[in-house]
Design a protein around this ligand. Structure first.
Ligand SMILES: C[S@@+](CC[C@H](N)C(=O)[O-])C[C@H]1O[C@@H](n2cnc3c(N)ncnc32)[C@H](O)[C@@H]1O
Length: 265
């Protein structure tokens, strides 16, 4: 429990901050604080004193998995990219923790894990890239135990349109709002974005009970770079702003990402 308490104190700095310094670290903290807060709170609710079984589906280079392992949990990253798995291994070694990395996709989860064996499965920024998001989420639910949880983080289509317009691409913003995949055009590198309604439908369709949707990176991606200059405390103030913003349902629409913690009954 001591470890978890200290993790709360560094909330926002823990996710994916390795290697960055100064303004870059502060910006990263502002982008991740809301998700990290939710995860730390969820872990204490799911926990019964011992380590939890956590699977990070599409966990990339371990930006979330490694800090979770540092809290004492057993974490497996299932990830298709060998390069990402190698980076995960390096990150875990640098932080002196064990994280199991397995090459695979969401569709492989059923063959890798016993049904209902995970206390928590993370699906962060992954449903944008899979062929069938609904099927991928069902695969995730299949390995989640009854009473366990799924942490889902996706890119918000509405915010995508806002950011596109703010960058001066008015027609692309308009296109995105009418596109079923939430893309601004053929050149859009993001295969898919989701509206809040689509997220709720995915969760319900997978048989999960959703908690409220939180907005992530509500302000962090909008604050201009010069706001950081000469202000050593700007990062922490932005973290606090993000935390407050996440409590305002009206602001979810403009948050870059949508985060939901959903439970399997
Ligand atoms: C934007 S990254 C997110 C990484 C990490 N979850 C995070 O939030 O930092 C998307 C990840 O999804 C992985 N991915 C793509 N298709 C996948 C699939 N079908 N199943 C599992 N992971 C997949 C990619 O290799 C990549 O690591």
């Amino acid at each position: 429990m001591t470890d978890r308490t200290s993790a709360t104190a560094t909330a926002g700095g823990g996710l994916g901050a390795g290697g960055s310094t100064g303004p870059a670290r502060a910006a990263n903290a502002a982008r991740t604080a809301v998700v990290w807060d939710a995860l730390v709170e969820l872990l204490s609710r799911l926990g019964h004193g011992g380590p939890l079984e956590i699977v990070d589906a599409g966990g990339g280079t371990g930006g979330v998995a490694v800090p979770l392992a540092e809290l004492g949990h057993r974490v497996t990253v299932v990830e298709p990219s060998p390069d990402s798995l190698a980076a995960l291994e390096r990150r875990a070694a640098e932080r002196d923790v064990a994280v199991r990395g397995v090459q695979g996709e969401t569709r492989d989860l059923a063959s890798m894990f016993e049904p209902g064996s995970a206390d928590l499965v993370l699906v962060h920024n992954v449903l944008e890239y899979v062929d069938e998001p609904a099927a991928a989420l069902r695969d995730v639910v299949g390995i989640t135990r009854g009473g366990g949880a799924v942490s889902l983080l996706v890119t918000n289509a509405v915010a995508g349109a806002l950011h596109r317009a703010l960058a001066g691409h008015i027609d692309e913003a308009h296109h995105l709002l009418g596109d079923p995949d939430g893309r601004w055009g053929e050149g859009d590198p993001m295969p898919r974005r989701f509206t809040r309604q689509q997220v709720l439908e995915l969760i319900g369709g997978a048989g999960l009970t959703g908690e409220s949707v939180r907005g992530v990176r509500t302000f962090a991606d909008l604050v201009p770079g010069h706001a950081w200059e000469g202000d050593a405390h700007a990062g922490q103030r932005l973290v606090e702003l993000e935390r407050s913003a996440a409590e305002y349902p009206e602001l979810i629409g403009v948050a870059t990402q949508l985060h939901v913690v959903a439970h399997r009954d």
